[in-house]
Design a binder for this molecule. Structure first.
Ligand code: CO
Length: 208
């Protein structure tokens, strides 16, 4: 896709929206009130709004390599803070995806420069679940399992975040762990027991 094509596409998109609703952009410009914070991978094949059938204004989005929630990452922490405390979203979703290149790279040992400290967070997920993962002999199945466990660990990181934990306890904010299967287009709910994870970390949270 060349850049000129992008601007042509944009013009067509504007016209289509205005054909259906002449006030569309005027109304969008008045503000946003999204129900959901979506944290997904930057992978070009995983398009947040498209796969959820969501419209502009409905989903607050943060994407990075392998949908990570790292408590020293000012970018994701700021997004979480703003979405939870100011936009008051009712749902926070961590959405991983099968065929995730970031997770694949973390399963290998190659040095990748500035990516190394980022990938180390995923390598730590492997270390935490080493016994379970090493018991899976099929490499593709092990890869998929690490993708799912990474979503679970990022949900854990989320619930340990003070803003998320407080909203979870005080106003029933829900945290979800999903996986998008690129090969079928399907979104899968991992049905992670967030309450159990929250209870597990309650004491740690209160001490920190
Ligand atoms: Co990915």
């Amino acid at each position: 896709m060349n850049v000129a094509q992008i601007f042509e596409n944009n013009q067509k998109w504007v016209e289509q929206k205005l054909d259906l609703d002449s006030q569309y952009f005027e109304r969008l410009s008045k503000g946003q009130n999204p129900e959901v914070l979506y944290i997904g991978c930057s992978d070009s094949r995983v398009t947040a709004e498209d796969m959820m059938g969501a419209q502009p204004g409905e989903i607050f989005v943060h994407r990075n390599i392998a949908n990570m929630i790292i408590n020293t990452d000012l970018s994701s922490m700021s997004v979480v803070n703003y979405a939870v405390n100011h936009l008051k979203v009712n749902h926070v979703v961590v959405c991983g995806h099968y065929f995730c290149g970031g997770v694949k790279a973390a399963m290998g040992s190659a040095g990748l420069g500035i990516l190394n400290p980022w990938l180390r967070e995923i390598r730590d997920v492997y270390r935490l679940h080493k016994a379970e993962l090493d018991s899976i002999t099929d490499e593709d199945a092990r890869y998929n399992k690490l993708i799912e466990l990474n979503v679970q660990e990022q949900c854990t990181n989320l619930i340990k975040n003070e803003d998320v934990h407080t909203a979870f306890e005080e106003r029933g904010l829900q945290v979800h762990g999903w996986v998008f299967d690129i090969a079928s287009g399907k979104l899968i709910d991992l049905k992670i027991d967030i309450e159990a994870i929250a209870n597990q970390y309650l004491n740690i949270y209160k001490l920190s």
